[in-house]
Design a protein. Structure first.
Length: 276
């Protein structure tokens, strides 16, 4: 299931905007044929005609719903180019807002995955000096284990409690149209010295609740004054970008951090099977 597809003329189409249901649709990731599903009870979407291992397949209907809501609100604000399911290096961002000098990535997180995957994704964005907004939705996150006491996933602790990513990453919870920007404090361990590492109490005085539209406005006005600096990249994964000049040459680029490494000698380019 996906909210967006490509048409035969290479235009992007949003499932909610489909008029001609009989036209050809293609996956924006793997280019394979897709069909439009005019769901009445669920989210209108596209799916592959045949089973595929394409990584563009999203997580849940809840994930797709909120991705569509955020996408539409950003489009209405007309403050830049808004790209859904956008490739950035080796990863795909749910929504990418391009504003020239202050670009923002929005990740709608409905299900949890390994912390190392979060770390890697945030590093890839940070290398490119992108601001990152994690919008947590659904019951996988902020689990209330007893009144006012919450169990947080590792990524929640790093964003909300430890402030691991400084100004680069902003987090919130979204339920309906209400955004909660929480303030947590660690719970004292009962019968033990020190604080719990896995139990947190919400600080209601510092926790903020606003509607989604106002939250997005605050993000658009925000500056990253203290950026997160990821560990140095090892440049193991590389790609080659052709420079269309009088004499064709290839740039060797690190896929992970996006850094220019060197101009590839034509002899090496030919050995790699690149067109000269």
């Amino acid at each position: 299931m996906a909210l967006f597809a490509q048409t035969a003329d290479n235009s992007m189409v949003y499932a909610r905007d489909v008029v001609d249901r009989g036209q050809d649709f293609f996956c924006r990731n793997c280019t394979q044929p897709m069909v439009f599903v005019d769901a009445q009870l669920k989210v209108k979407h596209f799916r592959h005609k045949v089973d595929t291992s394409c990584e563009s397949e999203p997580e849940t209907e809840e994930h797709e719903h909120y991705k569509g809501v955020v996408y539409e609100l950003l489009k209405q604000k007309n403050i830049g180019e808004v790209y859904p399911e956008h490739s950035i290096g080796p990863v795909r961002a749910d929504i990418y807002l391009k504003r020239g000098w202050r670009n923002v990535v929005f990740e709608i997180q409905a299900t949890n995955y390994s912390f190392s995957k979060y770390q890697d994704k945030i590093a890839i964005y940070a290398f490119r000096k992108l601001q990152v907004v994690y919008i947590f939705v659904g019951s996988d996150f902020c689990a209330e284990v007893r009144p006012h006491v919450y169990s947080l996933k590792e990524i929640e602790k790093k964003i909300f409690n430890d402030k691991e990513y400084r100004d680069t990453v902003v987090g919130c919870y979204l339920d309906g149209e209400t955004v909660t920007i929480p303030s947590f404090k660690q719970k004292w361990a009962k019968g033990r010295a020190g604080q719990c590492t896995d139990r947190f109490i919400i600080n209601y005085e510092e926790t903020k609740r606003v509607n989604l539209d106002a939250f997005l406005d605050s993000i658009l006005e925000r500056y990253v004054t203290k950026p997160f600096v990821p560990p140095p990249c090892d440049h193991k994964e590389k790609e080659y970008q052709k420079s269309e000049k009088e004499i064709p040459r290839y740039k060797e680029i690190c896929i992970r951090c996006g850094k220019f490494i060197r101009w590839l000698p034509n002899k090496e380019a030919k050995a790699l099977g690149l067109e000269i």
